[in-house]
Design a protein around this ligand. Structure first.
Ligand code: FCB
Length: 449
């Protein structure tokens, strides 16, 4: 027997990408270098020294790529602007050619009936700002708001949905605490300062968008349910800390105007309390929340890890992606329900969800069979339906990612795409997961057999 589970009317069906991961041509047409450009060109920072110099060559192939989105039936596309294409020094003079690239992309999307969801910051900070301290310099709050203002003025009439930051937690944890992302620092004190400035910058950008809105604005966070590895009290406490650090550090100030009580103790001397005016700035009204979900976090006490004093351990019973992430669709339902319960019935979008699995080569008949990714998408889409049935106001889903692309310090070794990219020829080949996704979109429903 076959049953079918439908999605709400006007559900947004999208795919997501980010500038540095797909565009290539990072210095074309007057663009300024980004921190990721410098980081990836520093020996030893990325696997095989891979860089985003070419990536998916989307900067030059964007029109062909929009045709692919049309073929998939997408009605939305989430991508990010490279700050340094628009403001090569991060502030000051605007680079018209950089704006023009995004104008062409946006116009092409709109012609095809695909709604742009634009992320202002997906990790590629202008290097000129990094030289001035980047997220550690309090002036970045104004730099970011000014840059956001340029983008709003240029595209506000055509872009109905904006998000300020992508995953601020990763910016701090990977970039400033553990040094595995640009700018590659390892400092607890810096992680605390960068988090504060990211939050204030978010608020300042939302404020710059204004009260009389032509579209909607939100922020994208990555969330994961944190469960203790054992019943031991230290694991339980570790999972509560991990939850405060990853799930609530950004959302509580943005949506509740306060910071989790546990953070001062966790950050120790690095912590300084928020000033009331900061909290007021951070808590600007937002219209929706973007949630990126990949995995659960089974948590074990480990005193050697700063801040959380916890590590994530894999569930031995789960399927794991190529990055060792537990496949746990129930976690997506849980997270969407948790956000709704804790912060109220705010409109939610799953702004990223997907998996890197080993893919076989392109077959003679031109297909790529990726059953694990099909299963992953199927089960996570079902988890979205469950969350909607249980009261969450989920209005869209964006598969990560449209293409195989530059997976940060993993270089090109991990393929998340529903469309395969041959990095030698730049040929795009839809995987079976892309065909599966196109069928779901066409039906606006999941067919359960
Ligand atoms: C998210 C990032 C995205 C991509 C996926 C796999 O944390 O936002 O750029 O790297 O993970």
């Amino acid at each position: 027997m076959t049953a079918s589970s439908g999605f709400p009317d006007e559900f947004l069906w999208g795919a997501a990408t980010s500038a540095y991961q797909i565009e290539g041509s990072p210095l074309a047409d007057g663009a300024g270098e980004s921190n990721w450009h410098r980081f990836s060109h520093t020996p030893g920072r990325t696997l095989n020294g891979d860089t985003g110099d070419v990536a998916c060559d989307h900067y030059r192939r964007y029109a062909e790529d929009v045709e692919l989105m049309t073929w998939l039936g997408l009605n939305a596309y989430r991508f990010s602007l490279a700050w340094g294409r628009i403001l090569p020094e991060g502030r000051g003079p605007v680079n018209r050619k950089g704006l023009d690239f995004y104008a062409r992309l946006i116009d092409r999307l709109l012609e095809r009936g695909i709604q742009p969801l634009v992320t202002l910051y997906h990790w590629d900070l202008p290097a000129a700002l990094d030289e001035r301290g980047g997220w550690l310099n309090p002036e970045i709050v104004d730099w970011f708001a000014d840059y956001a203002g340029v983008a709003f003025r240029a595209f506000g009439d055509r872009v109905p949905m904006w998000t300020t930051l992508n995953e601020p937690w990763v910016v701090c944890d990977a970039g400033y605490l553990h040094g595995v992302h640009a700018p590659g620092h390892r400092s607890l004190a810096e992680a605390a300062v960068a988090a504060r400035h990211l939050l204030c910058a978010h608020g300042a950008a939302v404020r710059a968008y204004g009260g009389e809105r032509t579209g909607r604005i939100g922020v994208v966070v990555n969330l994961a349910p944190k469960d203790p590895a054992t019943g031991a009290p230290e694991d339980l406490a570790a999972s509560v800390r991990a939850d405060a650090y990853m799930n609530r550090q950004y959302l509580d100030p943005i949506l509740l105007g306060r910071s989790p009580d546990l953070l001062p103790e966790m950050f120790g001397d690095a912590w300084t309390p928020f000033r009331p005016e900061d909290l007021k700035l951070i808590r600007q009204p937002i219209d929706f929340l973007g949630i990126n979900y990949y995995k659960r976090g089974i948590t074990k006490f480990d005193p050697s890890v700063p801040i959380e004093r916890a590590i994530r351990v894999p569930d031995p019973r789960a399927t794991h992606t190529e990055l060792g992430w537990d496949v746990f669709p129930q976690g997506l339902t849980d997270i969407l329900k948790w956000v709704t319960q804790r912060y109220g019935r705010i409109p939610l979008y799953v702004t990223e969800n997907g998996a890197a699995f080993y893919d076989p080569p392109v077959a003679d008949n031109g297909t790529i069979d990726d059953p694990l990714r099909v299963d992953y998408l199927h089960r996570h889409l079902h988890a979205v339906i469950d969350a909607i049935d249980e009261g969450a106001d989920v209005r869209g889903y964006f598969a990560w990612s449209l293409f195989d692309n530059y997976e940060w310090s993993h270089g090109f070794s991990k393929r998340f795409g529903i469309v395969h990219v041959d990095y030698d020829t730049q040929k795009r080949t839809p995987k079976k997961s892309a065909r599966f996704y196109a069928d779901v979109i066409r039906a606006n429903a999941l067919t359960l057999s």
